[in-house]
Design a protein around this ligand. Structure first.
Ligand code: KG4
Ligand code: ZN
Length: 339
């Protein structure tokens, strides 16, 4: 079965052709980072316009890089949420139009669930279930008990900022470009993680939930003074920035690693499946293994951590195989779609 995947939930327009849910024949991603960089974050209206502008050429490119035409496709899979409404509608309408005009079935899948599928598809062998799913992206931070593909139970999530969002905001405080994650990681390599005593938040009586908003404010006050605002002047010197970055990264990642490992033990999971843009962070990967080497970790391979359409095609394949049913043409985008 050959699946065309389409992804437009946020600021990447992506299309991909995947065979049997695993073999990636093409994985084309058009990033809008430069477009939004001047604003320090994603501007939804600009994102929608850019998706509309490039969606058809990107689909064409994905097909041609896979040496295929639309007639070779058996299923069209599209991210139906969560995400920004304008961007979502561009992808969904492209998928519906293609489906309606060719008769190829289409299916809408959950973008967050696809982030977890990304790690499954890049490992040939089977992941032992139950497994703990850890989603670490710019919009989501969740711990999910996975009993199999499509069989999930959310056991923890952030009550305020997502971890990637916290990286982006801390980068902004330090005057670094968007997206902040890679910038913070780069700077942190030159800093002392014990210089500032930052801590992530705890949520009363909810051991697997996260809170990064207080951590972000602690960084703001350390960098710009108590009660300062985002646009206040930096009080620290240039040479202090790496120490702030390293101390923040250490605090955020320690919290994620500890809660994930505890959840894996508590729910008898011998494996952890990770997904989302923050899994690009090499320090995170080291910290998991340092903290609990007995657990087996499944990471997305290169090109599958950040938003991409291969994971959308892969998950669409699995869902369609289970139900043998596509979605109706009146399927709607769902900005706050849950698991
Ligand atoms: O999964 P993703 O592409 O988009 C969402 O679905 O949100 O994740 C993007 C997020 C951004 O917040 C970005 O700063 C973060 O992933 N990120 C990182 C790194 N690379 C990207 N965070 C920490 N360290 C990194 N190396
Ligand atoms: Zn994502």
């Amino acid at each position: 079965m050959i699946v065309l995947g389409i992804e437009t939930t946020c600021d990447e327009t992506a299309a991909s052709v995947v065979r049997e849910g695993k073999e990636i024949l093409s994985n084309v991603i058009s990033s809008q980072i430069e477009l939004h960089q001047a604003f320090g974050g994603v501007v939804p209206e600009l994102a929608s316009r850019q998706h509309a502008h490039v969606i058809l050429p990107i689909i064409d490119q994905a097909l041609s890089e896979a040496n295929m035409t639309i007639n070779d496709i058996d299923l069209i899979s599209v991210a139906k949420g969560p995400g920004l409404i304008g961007p979502l509608m561009i992808g969904i309408n492209a998928a519906k139009t293609l489906s309606w005009s060719t008769g190829i079935p289409f299916i809408g899948v959950n973008h967050i669930e696809a982030h977890l599928y990304a790690a499954l598809m890049s490992h040939q062998h089977e992941v032992p279930f139950p497994s703990l799913g850890v989603v670490l992206s710019g919009g989501h931070t969740s711990l999910v008990l996975m009993n199999g593909v499509g069989n999930y139970h959310v056991i923890g999530q952030t009550i305020d900022d997502a971890v990637g969002e916290a990286f982006d905001k801390v980068a902004k405080i330090l005057g670094l470009p968007y997206p902040g994650g890679p910038e913070i990681e780069r700077l942190a390599k030159m800093g002392d993680p014990s210089r500032y005593s930052f801590k992530s938040g705890r949520v009363k009586n909810r051991h697997y939930d996260f809170s990064f908003s207080g951590l972000k404010t602690a960084v703001l006050y350390a960098a710009k003074g108590a009660q300062s605002k985002y646009d206040s002047k930096l009080l620290i010197q240039e040479e202090d920035k790496p120490h702030i970055a390293a101390s923040f990264q250490q605090a955020a990642l320690t919290d994620i690693v500890k809660k994930s490992v505890k959840a894996a033990h508590d729910y008898h999971c011998s494996s952890v499946v990770l997904g989302g843009g923050v899994t690009c962070n090499q320090r995170l990967r080291e910290m998991f293994v340092e903290n609990e080497p007995k657990i087996r970790y499944y990471w997305p391979s290169k090109g599958l951590s950040l938003d991409n359409a291969a994971m959308i095609a892969g998950l669409g394949y699995e869902k369609y195989r289970m139900t043998q049913k596509g979605d109706p043409l009146d399927l709607e985008a769902s900005t706050s779609l849950k698991f």
